[in-house]
Design a protein around this ligand. Structure first.
Ligand code: SF4
Length: 225
């Protein structure tokens, strides 16, 4: 019987050079996003890939100055193969528009390339990747950064912040701040849009406005911003 996602295994993440993502890209031998998709489709470097429908890599403007990074694909993203198309993605699209950032001028991706879930009846419920699973997937994320070469990044939530910055980041305390990465790029830390979907209806409007205010800080990096 196959192990379920999240079953502890001895993961040995590939080496990553956050100070120079091009080194990671050269080591992985990836030349394009299509190749990244093909390689992540086959990847089984952590247990998550075995149970997902497909890998989901980033999409958007491949020459974007701004790259947004979430946690992992969700149910819809896993089925359709595109990032940020489910409920959280729709909320992100509304927030970007409210912040004056054209979604087609940014690149959106995730720290982890396969959907991790647990089955409840027939429903697939999102399960957060462990630190080791995110670490196993980090070299693919660094490959994407090397391919797109954004000037700056937005970390949507704690998993993305940890992957991009190499340390745990208390997102509630640090949100709205630009934090430096080892490669010199700045990372704007904010919540993952799925967190806003869990906010009760009385506070949802204020939470959305605060999210937009965070994103607005990155507007200057985007064409037309
Ligand atoms: S989640 Fe990442 S490391 Fe794990 S199998 Fe998928 S691509 Fe590989």
């Amino acid at each position: 019987m196959k192990e379920r996602p999240g079953t502890p295994v001895a993961l040995v993440p590939r080496p990553v050079d956050r100070a120079d993502p091009a080194q990671t890209l050269a080591r992985d031998g990836i030349a394009s996003l299509d190749e990244l998709k093909a390689q992540t489709m086959r990847c089984r470097e952590c247990p998550i890939g075995e149970f997902a429908t497909q890998s989901v890599v980033g999409e958007g403007d491949v020459h974007a100055k701004l790259m947004l990074v979430g946690e992992q694909p969700g149910d819809q993203e896993d089925l359709q193969g595109h990032p940020f198309i489910g409920p959280a993605g729709k909320l992100l699209a509304r927030a970007l528009e409210a912040a004056g950032i054209a979604r087609e001028h940014v690149f959106v991706s995730n720290a982890v390339k396969h959907f991790k879930f647990e089955l409840r009846g027939k429903r697939r419920i999102h399960k957060s990747p462990t630190h080791r699973e995110a670490a196993a997937c980090l070299h693919w994320l660094e490959d994407e950064i090397a391919l797109v070469q954004p000037a700056a990044l937005v970390a949507l939530g704690a998993t993305a912040a940890r992957s991009l910055l190499g340390r745990a980041v208390p997102v509630t305390a640090e949100r709205g701040k630009w934090l430096p990465r080892a490669d010199g790029r700045e990372v704007l830390v904010t919540l993952h849009p799925s967190a806003l979907l869990r906010v009760d209806s009385e506070r949802r409007g204020a939470a959305f406005e605060a999210f937009v205010a965070d994103l607005r800080q990155a507007k200057r990096l985007v064409r037309g911003g």
